[in-house]
Design a protein around this ligand. Sequence first.
Ligand SMILES: *[C@@H]1O[C@H](CO)[C@@H](O)[C@H](O)[C@H]1NC(C)=O
Ligand SMILES: *[C@@H]1O[C@H](CO)[C@@H](O)[C@H](O)[C@H]1NC(C)=O
Ligand SMILES: *[C@@H]1O[C@H](CO)[C@@H](O)[C@H](O)[C@H]1NC(C)=O
Ligand SMILES: *[C@@H]1O[C@H](CO)[C@@H](O)[C@H](O)[C@H]1NC(C)=O
Ligand SMILES: *[C@@H]1O[C@H](CO)[C@@H](O)[C@H](O)[C@H]1NC(C)=O
Ligand SMILES: *[C@@H]1O[C@H](CO)[C@@H](O)[C@H](O)[C@H]1NC(C)=O
Ligand SMILES: *[C@@H]1O[C@H](CO)[C@@H](O)[C@H](O)[C@H]1NC(C)=O
Ligand SMILES: *[C@@H]1O[C@H](CO)[C@@H](O)[C@H](O)[C@H]1NC(C)=O
Ligand SMILES: *[C@@H]1O[C@H](CO)[C@@H](O)[C@H](O)[C@H]1NC(C)=O
Ligand SMILES: *[C@@H]1O[C@H](CO)[C@@H](O)[C@H](O)[C@H]1NC(C)=O
Length: 873
Amino acid sequence: MILARLLRLGICLAGAQAANIRTSSTTSASQPQSYIVEFSHTQDATSFYAQLAAQGISATPRLNMTYALFTSCSFDLKDMTPARIESAVEYIATLPNVTHIWSNAKRNGANDTWSTHLMAQVDLLRAQGISGKGVKVGIVDSGVDFNHPALGGCFGPGCLISYGHDFYENKTQPYDNCNGHGTHVAGILAAQSNNRYGLTGVAPGVTIGMYRVAGCTQSVDPDLAIMGINQAYDDGSDIISISSGFGARWSEDPVAVVMERIVEKGVICVAAAGNTAKQGLFPITGGSPAVGHGVASIASVVNTLVPQNLTVSSYTVDLTDNTTSEDFAWQVGFRNTSIPWAGIYPLYAISRDSNVTNDTCQPLPVDTPDLSNYVVLVRLGSACRYEEQSEHLGAKGAERVMFYGPSEITRGTDLFPVPAVAGVVPQSQGKEWVDILNSGHDVFLHFPATVDSNTANWTLVFSSNAITGGYVSVTSSWGLPLELDVKPTFSAPGANVLSTWPLDLGGYSIQSGTSMATPFAAGVYALLIEARKTKDPVVLQRILSSVAKPNLFNDGTITSSRLAPVAQQGAGLLQAFDAARVTTLLGVQTISFNDTDHFIKEVSFNITNTGTTDQAYQLGYVNTLTMYTFEDTVDWFLAGFPNPLAEGYASISFSSTSVTVPAGASLNVTVTATPPAGLDTGRLPVYGGYITLNSTSGENLSIPYAGVAGSMYNTPIVNPSNRGTYLERDFRNDFPPGAPANSTFTVPVPTSPTPPPEDELPPDVTIPGIHVGTTLGTEIVRLLVVPLEINGTLPTTDILGYKAAGEIPFSTGYIDGRQDVDIGFTGMLPDGTVVPEGRYEFRLLALRILGRLERAKDYQSLGYPFNIRYLPR
Ligand SMILES: *[C@@H]1O[C@H](CO)[C@@H](O)[C@H](O)[C@H]1NC(C)=O
Ligand SMILES: *[C@@H]1O[C@H](CO)[C@@H](O)[C@H](O)[C@H]1NC(C)=O
Ligand SMILES: *[C@@H]1O[C@H](CO)[C@@H](O)[C@H](O)[C@H]1NC(C)=O
Ligand SMILES: *[C@@H]1O[C@H](CO)[C@@H](O)[C@H](O)[C@H]1NC(C)=O
Ligand SMILES: *[C@@H]1O[C@H](CO)[C@@H](O)[C@H](O)[C@H]1NC(C)=O
Ligand SMILES: *[C@@H]1O[C@H](CO)[C@@H](O)[C@H](O)[C@H]1NC(C)=O
Ligand SMILES: *[C@@H]1O[C@H](CO)[C@@H](O)[C@H](O)[C@H]1NC(C)=O
Ligand SMILES: *[C@@H]1O[C@H](CO)[C@@H](O)[C@H](O)[C@H]1NC(C)=O
Ligand SMILES: *[C@@H]1O[C@H](CO)[C@@H](O)[C@H](O)[C@H]1NC(C)=O
Ligand SMILES: *[C@@H]1O[C@H](CO)[C@@H](O)[C@H](O)[C@H]1NC(C)=O
């Protein structure tokens, strides 16, 4: 027993922060746990509580239930770690007069304490019995394991998963037991409470239609998605949810077009914003269908309580008794098969201070023993990186390293402390071991034959996330779409989410991404349909947006004092309860001030008071961080997450800063904007903020706004610097700045327009080529071959004012930006013409954003001259 052990060691029970958890533990130290025990005799609860007190277990009595057929009491265990609760429960179960112990956790229909639900006020609506009853949600995804008990256990009318189709394999049932994605998504939306984790979906009262459009991998063909979306509409879905993204950032993309039409027909559509934040502003991937007008684009927020799936191994204290061991939970890191974990190792702590922040940052003292026979305990600190720590450990022969901290949330799989193998335990476990060592005892870690994932014991540990919990995920894709609509629309919990998984793959899984945030948002819409008795996508999107909660910017480590850009979080985190009861309706959802060329100075909107009392509103605004799209306007490289800050903000004025709207009436206000001044407009600063309306009846609303303090039209589509686009010395292998203008290339007389493989060219012969780097997306980029001075004649055609001998295909249809393309020219044009020797240029023509296809001046134009000669035949 853990209690016996720790008491014997003289460690204060309440102070010891064990992270010792058994396989079924799902509780958090922050939440009190409630239990019911049944007694075998008419035992007085007093003696029971006395027995607990004698073991140092502090239980708070709830009820004493003494009936003819049932003698029992209930109590709470508070302020205890999951491990302590677990062992206390185990202890109670062994008491001679106790016949049963049950959890007193709320059953179906009772209080919802699921952390993501608390974040978005879902619990408050669920407490009112609102569960999305009667709402039909069509999900377009990888199929679902409908045999899962938490997903109803069946398919067809009357089941939770009641309709749908398998378009991937053309089957009537959208079953999946190999992918998992759709099963996870379905559980977030509507998991039933009959599971051991306390997991329920946002709207367990809905019925789901599942349209399977993917196989066992995550790739989805657009045509299948289009079939799934249309069928979901034809089958009468009230909400359609898709957690996939397709390349284009253009609302003209077919998947986006389909969803836009469905929204116009009055059906709510939600789509994942994507997980490409690395690409910064105006990212290229995952845009469609989320960019579609009226489609709700969902960003992801990090769960405040992080579930971790950790491996369970055991430890003993001293070698006197190998039979009583305690469990500990750890994250297995790098596995090097030549250093097995299997065995029993004494633990060697480099520092005996568990608060140390510079552990092993310096070479270890000379008197350090050979560490190869130990598991070495080292704190992950702030003063140096784990790579430096491992170097110092390696110098002393360490082979097995157990890191701990610096928080309860372990990072482990990405640690590669070569030559050792590594694991990570939560901070509290490391501290417990250091405390035991400091009390003069030894700790031995026991590892089974394999710690490999499939055979090891595992446990779920829920730890609160003080660093990133509640902030937008660092991976969640940013806007804006190139047409400068305000997207994403809003955000929902999406990172570190536990949900259902195919039974064949384990039944439950923790996943992260906007894929997870999207069904959450669909669920919130379903609750609102029930609560507000309307399905109108425009009205509901305005309401959800007006009460969503914007948060500060967090880069994964540090939280800014300013709000995160609207281009990152949209209107903010969904707030279901406020959306259900707000009586003020706004006539706009978002305001785009567009760019400086198309600046929209003034916007008017209605404030409608549907309440029964007059409301006075105070109008104001708050700016978010402004960020640059480009690093600079010399090399024209696009910035990545987190984008560089721009110190300039919009100012907004109002026709009136305080207005009173009588009950049942509507009133118009006008906002006038001045975009930020003094910024480097070429770098394309994106600004934004929220117009705020605070009413005398306590309704706090906001309208997100955004704009670009620069010109989209003037922004180069093809990177004009010789770091991004250049003539190549060797078109396969060159690097910037490339070859000087008018370089001469002597090549074999060509037999094909396609450059031959490198090894078929004579040594030292390189054919001319061009490296093209694009920045933002465009509808078309053209690459012409234009003769400048040639020996002989060559027919040419006029292309947008250039006399071109031919055109090398560069792109067909829209390109999404941020591409690096190498194109070689053998001397033969695509039509088979071999051009005579002479001077030519590659002429790049890229259609500017919002430019017209047929208008030459709407193209960015760049020329790269070169000479071509032929080797003698
Ligand atoms: C169990 O209950 C009986 C009957 O009330 C009592 O005599 C006995 O002391 C109890 N045992 C313990 C360990 O409390
Ligand atoms: C139940 O019994 C315990 C122990 O005698 C006592 O402390 C507690 O106040 C009782 N609870 C109620 C609700 O009567
Ligand atoms: C259950 O939720 C209601 C509504 O929020 C709250 O008033 C009540 O205190 C909660 N009960 C418990 C035991 O948490
Ligand atoms: C799907 O299967 C049905 C029934 O077997 C068949 O009629 C239909 O042509 C199939 N569709 C496709 C696209 O293969
Ligand atoms: C406990 O196990 C260790 C390692 O196998 C062994 O050296 C030691 O003798 C054992 N102790 C007892 C009491 O069995
Ligand atoms: C470590 O830090 C905690 C929290 O700040 C503090 O309570 C404790 O006394 C510190 N321990 C040592 C050994 O300094
Ligand atoms: C580590 O930090 C402690 C406390 O800040 C300091 O006393 C000690 O000198 C540091 N050790 C090294 C090796 O830098
Ligand atoms: C898993 O846990 C069980 C029960 O504690 C134990 O018997 C078994 O050896 C463990 N297996 C591994 C691989 O650790
Ligand atoms: C911005 O202006 C352009 C050009 O008029 C227009 O095509 C685009 O739709 C505008 N964007 C928004 C969100 O109004
Ligand atoms: C935890 O990981 C183990 C091993 O990979 C896996 O079998 C199990 O299904 C996972 N559990 C959850 C809830 O993710």
